[in-house]
Write a protein that binds this ligand. Sequence first.
Ligand code: SAH
Length: 355
Amino acid sequence: MKEDAVTPWEAWDIKSKTLKELQEEFAQKGLPKFRALQVFRWLHRGVGDFSQMTDLSKDLRQDLAQSYRIVTAEVAQKRVSKDGTVKYLFRLFDEEYVESVLMHYKYGTSICISTQVGCKMNCSFCATGKSGFSRNLAASEILSQVQAASQDAGVRISHIVLMGMGEPLDNYENVLRFLELVTSPEGLQIGMRHISLSTCGIVDKIYDLADRKYQLTLSVSLHAPNDAIRSRTMPINNRWNIGELLQACKYYGAKTGRRISFEYALIQGVNDTDACALELAGRLKGILAHVNLIPVNDVTGTGYRKSRIEQQKRFVSLLESRGIPATVRRTLGSDIEASCGQLRRKVEGGNDHES
Ligand code: SAH
């Protein structure tokens, strides 16, 4: 994981630094400690320029501008769904793009953010992997998606899901750093219990995360009850199979006391039979689990179709009859291709600001 930690822009990327790191750097420059706290607060309030840090002297602002750069995410495109969901395409400093989705719920506003430009995992049903992998996002770039969407929409974001483009546990060091920043009492102060992290099953990192005992919600993209189906749809299964993955999930539950959310995209004729439901129930027995069923979303070129409504209902009731809690997830933003698996890293043709 070390290579993730050392990004080429690390030295100048002031927004990726923790308060402690900033205090140490400022001390080395001979600056008083409280200056670091002032700067940290400005960065986390989302200012894009040192000149806006009005309680610092002009000299200091100029010095900082020479040593550092403030990473931001620029809104390149924006689409608004009938249901109010907003999909953003953000431009990064090097002309790479990522998408994020802002969703409004009764309990607050949630944002689904990306952790990588593209993805290496190549799940057969997902659009993100289709255009390949470009690079990891720095912690500042993950955070900037939250700030930019919040500023654009004029709302306070209460919940975060790391379920956009990319595999968070394949960019582990930067994601851990992001978690530290976004939960900071001097920053956005979003509680761990309001954060979900979704993984395709990077087993060694699940063990590591468990040992940290964070109170975040772990979502595991399972999508199959056995290795034959899972290896066909998710290449990661050839590295760690379902048995190994579920062992790690048990460990996670035991360490953190948190229920794991298993994602299961229902694909007609692939993984949605009664036999699949029963096999899944058998495998999840004894794990503190909830199954989130998602009728597979359309992705061009996959040929996959959503399960029929009756079969979705049957799948839920078969799981529940075996004591496994399950729900079919409500889909938001499907009219703007903002649903699970539909995020891409390319600028799309067509209208900006559709609604
Ligand atoms: N890499 C992480 C997070 C990104 S994907 C992961 O694999 O969990 C977010 C969720 O959307 C995952 O559960 C993923 O499997 C699911 N997904 C991908 N493509 C989908 C599709 N076409 N329909 C429904 N869910 C999909």
